[in-house]
Design a protein around this ligand. Structure first.
Ligand code: DAT
Ligand code: MG
Length: 155
């Protein structure tokens, strides 16, 4: 089972969209592993988006990401990294398909409401950046046998 790092950005929080977005992940059958409501220090935002340092939009991106509380989360599921990217939609909400999170709830790249890891390496790096081991919870999901063919069904 794969894990990914998801962040609901300050605009998602301010616009009251947290519940609707979390509901989509729950309905898909993905399992929450960790959640934290926090204000990101500038230094952490700069490390998280380190690959974009030096680009024109970087200063604006950092002030946006540090402008208010965010909901950081780890979710688990089958191929969740790429499936979650699909559920989020394209980075630019103008290009994001209807039915995707960005396609349904956002209009501009600089206010695109959600982050999700783009590869297994990014997921590992980002999860470690935001969470300690003891914050990643492991527990038995009661719906498991109804989500996964490999899990034994009750007889
Ligand atoms: P994604 O968030 O889909 O992984 P990314 O890694 O290319 O996209 O960029 C990270 C974030 O930076 C993106 O969600 C919003 C911001 N960003 C990227 N390109 C931008 C641009 N041209 N103008 C403004 N913000 C941009
Ligand atoms: Mg990215």
């Amino acid at each position: 089972m794969e894990r990914t790092f998801v962040m609901l950005k300050p605009d998602a929080v301010q616009r009251g969209l947290m519940g609707q977005i979390v509901a989509r992940l729950e309905a898909k059958g993905f399992r929450p592993v960790a959640m934290k409501f926090m204000r990101i220090p500038r230094e952490l935002a700069e490390r998280h988006y380190g690959e974009h340092k030096g680009k024109g939009f970087f200063p604006g991106l950092i002030s946006y990401m540090t402008s208010g509380p965010v909901l950081v989360m780890v979710w688990e599921g089958d191929n969740i990294i790429s499936v979650m990217r699909g559920m989020m939609g394209k980075t630019n909400p103008v290009e994001a398909a209807p039915g995707t999170i960005r396609g349904d709830f956002a209009q501009q790249t600089g206010r695109n409401i959600i982050h999700g890891s783009d590869s297994p390496e990014s997921a590992k790096r980002e999860i470690e950046l935001f969470f300690n081991d003891y914050e990643l919870l492991s527990y038995e999901a009661c719906n498991k046998v109804w989500m996964f063919e490999q899990a034994q069904t009750p007889s």
